[in-house]
Write a protein that binds this ligand. Structure first.
Ligand SMILES: Nc1nc2c(c(=O)[nH]1)N[C@H]1C(S)=C(S)[C@@H](COP(=O)(O)O)O[C@H]1N2
Ligand SMILES: [Mo]
Length: 499
C-alpha cells in the first residue's frame, strides 16, 4: 500500500460511495430510507430523555444538525481507521464496511415509517461500500497499476458518489410536497377568526407581535427530514372505539365549511423564559365533527394519533370532543396551507394542552382507544400522560443583562394560560412590592396576553420578576420545576443594569 494517507482515504472513499448509493436508491423508495438519515432518526428515538433534554437546551433547534454532524465525524474517523488497518489485507476494511451496512439495514428495518422495499437503500449502500473498497484496494496493491491509474480510480469514485448523491436528492425533491402545497391555493374559511385588534399586542413596547409569522413560529419535532406528504396522497383513518371506521381524503376536509381560530401553542420543553410559544390563526375543521361522524363508543379515553413518520401522541378524548375548547384538524395557518414543517397536509391542534399531547403534525391516523391500550411516543420516554399547559409569563424587555438608562424603565412581556385565560400579571423590582401590569386586549381564552409596566429605576444593578394569575384564581408558583415530566414552573426574572 502506497501511504498511510491513501490507506485512510480508501476507507473514507468507500464510505462515501456507500452513503451516496443508499441516498440514490432512497430517492426512489423514500428519502428516510437513506441509511444515514435512518440511523440518525433511530438515534433520536433511542436517545435517553436526559440527553435529549440536554441537546435541546444546549443546541436548541440545531440539535439535529449537531447530531448529523457528529455522526459524520465518527463515521469518517472509523472509515479512516478501517482503511489504515487494511494496508496488508482488505479484510479489516471489509469487515468495518459490512458492519456499517448492517447498522444501516437494522436502522431502516426498525423505522416505523418505512416498509420492506426501503431496505433496498441500505442494501445498495452495503454492496457499493464493499465493492468500492475491494476494487480500490485490489487496484492499489496490484504491482502493475500505476499511481496515475489509482488516483484516477479514486477520483472516479468521488465523481460517481457525487452524482449518485445529488441524483438521490433530486429524485427525493421531485416527490416532495412543496408543489402539492402550492396547488392547494388559498383556504377561505367559512367562519373567519375575529380580527386581531391593534391593542392585542404591545409590539411597539417590546412584546412579540400577536400573531407569529409562519417562518417565526417555533418548531419542535423528532423528524430529521421534514416528512414530505402530498395532499393527493394523504388520507386520515379514524378508527378504534367508534361505531364506524372512516377515512378522509384531503378534498373531503378542504371542501367542508372551514373554521378559523386564533390559538397559542406551547411546547412542554419550554423552559421558564423560553421561546417555544407562538400564536397563529389555524384553519380547519372541528375535530368533534369528525369524531361524532364516526360515533365515539362509551369507555373511550384516549385519542391516539400517529403521524406519517411513526411519531405518536395521546390526547384525552374528552378534550377533543369539547366544543367549547375548539379542537381542530387544521390544514391552514395564517392564511396559507400549513407549512410543510408545521404538518402539511394536516395536523391536530387542541388548545390548552402541550404540543406533544395535542398537536400531531403530518397526522394520518386517529385511533379512539383507552389509556391502557396504547402508549404514545413521549409517554414511553418518561413524560406525563395528561399535560395541560401551565400558566406562565415571560419578560421580553428589557433583555437579560441589558443596560438601560435610569429613570423610567418600561418592562413588557407575555403571559399565557390557554383555555383558562389570564386575569392579571404582576411585576416586582428587586425587593419592592408586587405591582399590577397593564394587560392587552383579550383575544380569546386560548391565546397569550401581552402586558407592560413602568418603574422608576435608580442607577445600578436590578432584577425584575413577573408572575401571572389566571382566571381560575391560580397564581404562578415561585417553585422551580424542570420541564420533565409535564412542564416547567417558576417565575421568570431578568437582571439588568441602569446607568
Ligand atoms: N409528527 C410529529 N408531530 C408533532 C411532534 C413530533 O415530533 N412529530 N412534536 C409535537 C410537539 S412536542 C410540539 S410542541 C408541537 C410543535 O408544533 P410546531 O413545530 O408546529 O410548533 O408539535 C407536536 N407534533
Ligand atoms: Mo413539545
Amino acid at each position: 500500500m502506497r501511504s498511510r494517507g491513501w490507506a485512510a482515504l480508501l476507507g473514507v472513499l468507500a464510505l462515501g460511495a456507500a452513503l451516496a448509493a443508499g441516498h440514490l436508491v432512497a430517492g426512489f423508495v423514500g428519502v428516510n430510507a437513506s441509511p444515514y438519515l435512518a440511523v440518525g432518526n433511530g438515534a433520536i428515538d433511542l436517545t435517553p430523555v436526559w440527553l435529549k433534554d440536554f441537546a435541546v437546551r444546549t443546541f436548541g433547534t440545531h440539535d439535529k444538525l449537531v447530531l448529523l454532524s457528529g455522526m459524520a465525524v465518527v463515521m469518517v474517523a472509523v472509515a479512516a481507521v478501517a482503511g489504515l488497518l487494511s494496508r496488508r489485507t482488505p479484510l479489516p476494511g471489509l469487515v468495518v464496511i459490512t458492519g456499517f451496512g448492517l447498522v444501516g439495514l437494522v436502522a431502516v428495518y426498525t423505522r416505523p415509517d418505512l416498509d420492506a422495499v426501503a431496505l433496498l437503500a441500505p442494501l445498495a449502500s452495503l454492496v457499493a461500500g464493499v465493492a468500492t473498497f475491494a476494487f480500490l484496494h485490489r487496484l492499489d496493491v496490484a504491482p502493475d497499476s500505476s499511481r496515475r491509474t489509482v488516483l484516477l480510480a479514486g477520483a472516479g469514485v468521488v465523481v460517481g458518489a457525487g452524482v449518485a448523491g445529488l441524483g438521490g436528492q433530486l429524485l427525493a425533491g421531485r416527490r416532495d410536497a412543496a408543489a402539492s402545497r402550492e396547488a392547494v391555493g388559498r383556504l377561505v374559511p367559512a367562519r373567519t377568526a375575529p380580527m386581531i385588534p391593534a391593542d392585542a399586542d404591545f409590539a411597539k413596547l417590546g412584546t412579540p407581535a400577536f400573531l407569529t409569522r409562519n417562518d417565526r413560529f417555533y418548531r419542535v419535532d423528532t423528524a430529521l427530514t421534514v416528512p414530505q406528504v402530498r395532499a393527493e396522497d394523504w388520507s386520515l383513518r379514524l378508527h378504534g372505539m367508534v361505531d364506524r371506521e372512516l377515512r378522509y381524503r384531503y378534498g373531503d376536509i378542504r371542501n367542508r365549511p372551514l373554521v378559523e381560530r386564533t390559538i397559542t401553542m406551547t411546547c412542554v420543553s419550554n423552559e421558564v423564559g423560553g421561546t417555544y410559544v407562538s400564536t397563529a390563526n389555524f384553519v380547519g375543521v372541528d375535530l368533534a365533527d369528525l369524531l361524532e361522524e364516526a360515533g365515539v363508543r362509551p369507555g373511550a379515553e384516549q385519542l391516539f394519533s400517529s403521524s406519517v413518520d411513526g411519531w405518536t401522541s395521546g390526547s384525552p378524548v374528552a378534550a377533543a370532543l369539547d366544543r367549547a375548547r375548539g379542537a381542530m384538524l387544521a390544514i391552514g395557518m395564517n392564511g396559507e396551507p400549513l407549512p410543510i414543517e408545521h404538518g402539511f397536509p394536516a395536523r391536530l391542534v387542541i388548545p390548552g394542552l402541550y404540543g406533544y399531547v395535542s398537536a400531531t403534525k403530518w397526522v394520518t391516523d386517529l385511533e379512539v382507544t383507552t389509556w391502557d391500550a396504547r402508549q404514545a411516543y413521549w409517554l414511553k420516554r418518561g413524560w406525563g400522560r395528561e399535560a395541560p399547559i401551565k400558566t406562565q409569563s415571560r419578560i421580553d424587555t428589557p433583555k437579560g443583562f441589558e443596560t438601560v438608562s435610569s429613570g423610567n424603565v418600561r418592562v413588557a412581556g407575555i403571559a399565557w394560560a390557554q383555555h383558562t385565560g389570564i386575569a392579571k400579571v404582576e411585576l416586582r423590582l428587586d425587593d419592592g412590592p408586587w405591582r399590577e401590569a397593564v394587560l392587552s386586549h383579550e383575544v380569546n381564552l386560548n391565546t397569550w396576553r401581552m402586558w407592560w409596566l413602568e418603574f422608576d429605576v435608580a442607577p445600578g444593578g436590578h432584577q425584575v420578576f413577573c408572575r401571572a394569575t389566571d382566571k381560575s384564581g391560580y397564581t404562578q408558583t415561585e417553585l422551580r420545576a424542570g420541564t420533565v415530566p409535564d412542564g416547567a414552573t417558576g417565575w421568570h426574572s431578568i437582571a439588568f443594569t441602569a446607568r
